[in-house]
Design a binder for this molecule. Structure first.
Ligand SMILES: [Fe+2]
Length: 243
C-alpha cells in the first residue's frame, strides 16, 4: 500500500493542484488530508471542492472549524484573523456543511491521523521539533505506532526507540515496527520550513518507508491573487521564502 498524506492547504489552489498532480503519478492507494483546507489564501471554495473530489479521508484543522464558528479566533495571529474574516464570507452553505462534518481524527490500518497533537486533538496543540513537553505528551498517549500530524507547517520525524525520543533529520525514514513515530507531513499551501515548495508525505508499506515530497508550484500566481483579494500582503510575501 502507498498512502499520500497532505495537510494545511489553506485555500492555496495553485499549491493544491500541483500536489494532487504529483500524487496522481505516485501510484497512491489512499490519500488523507490532515486539515486546514481553508484560511490565509484566496481560494477556499475551490480547495474544498478539490478535496471533496479527490480525497475520501480528511480531518478538521483549527482554521476549518474557525471558518464555521466552531472555535473562536481570539488566539489567532493578526494575519490569520484577517484572512479568516475574509474566508468566512467566501464559503457556500455546502462548503460550511462539509467543514462541519470533518472529524478531529481518523484511525486507519493501525495509524492515527490528526491535525495537531494526537493528545486531545480538539485542543489543537502545536508540535514543533523542539516542543519537548508536547512531544513527550504525544508519545505518552500513543495507541498506534504511526501517528501523522500537520498544524505547525514544519515537516519532521520524531521516533521513540527502546531508550529515548529522537529527532530524525532527513527527508525520509525507514520504519522499525518496534518503535513509535510522530510524523509532521508538512504544508501544501503555506510551508514554513524555509522552502517555498509544497510538502506532503508518502508512506510505502512494502518498503516501510515514510518520505517527504516537495513540489514546486507557481506561487507568483497565488501572490497576485492575494493582492487582488485585499488579503494581507504579508501572506503573499511569505510564500516565496517558505516561512
Ligand atoms: Fe495550518
Amino acid at each position: 500500500m502507498r498512502y499520500a498524506i497532505l495537510s494545511d492547504i489553506h485555500g492555496n489552489l495553485e499549491a493544491l493542484e500541483a500536489v494532487l498532480e504529483d500524487i496522481a503519478h505516485q501510484q497512491i492507494d489512499v490519500t488523507i488530508c490532515l486539515g486546514d483546507i481553508v484560511g490565509y489564501y484566496p481560494d477556499p471554495e475551490s480547495c474544498i471542492k478539490l478535496v471533496k473530489e479527490h480525497i475520501v479521508y480528511s480531518v478538521a484543522g483549527n482554521h476549518d472549524y474557525a471558518a464555521i464558528g466552531l472555535i473562536d479566533t481570539k488566539n489567532f495571529t493578526y494575519f490569520a484573523y484577517e484572512a479568516m474574516e475574509w474566508t468566512k464570507k467566501q464559503l457556500s452553505e455546502s462548503s460550511k456543511e462539509y467543514l462541519g462534518s470533518l472529524p478531529l481524527s481518523v484511525q486507519m490500518d493501525k495509524m492515527l491521523f490528526t491535525h495537531s497533537s494526537p493528545v486531545k486533538p480538539k485542543n489543537f496543540i502545536y508540535i514543533f521539533p523542539n516542543s519537548d513537553i508536547a512531544i513527550q505528551d504525544a508519545f505518552g498517549s500513543m495507541v498506534y505506532r504511526l501517528n501523522f500530524i500537520g498544524h505547525s507547517h514544519c515537516p519532521f520525524f520524531v521516533f521513540q526507540d527502546e531508550n529515548k525520543i529522537n529527532l530524525h533529520r532527513d527527508n525520509s525514514i525507514t520504519i522499525n515496527r518496534d518503535y513509535y513515530y510522530l510524523v509532521n507531513v508538512g504544508s501544501v499551501g503555506q510551508p514554513r520550513n524555509y522552502d517555498p515548495r509544497s510538502c506532503y508525505t508518502i508512506y510505502d508499506t512494502d518498503q516501510e518507508l515514510v518520505s517527504l515530497n516537495f513540489v514546486a508550484y507557481d506561487y507568483r500566481k497565488t501572490q497576485k491573487k492575494v493582492k487582488n483579494s485585499n488579503l494581507p500582503e504579508f501572506l503573499a510575501d511569505r510564500l516565496q521564502t517558505g516561512r
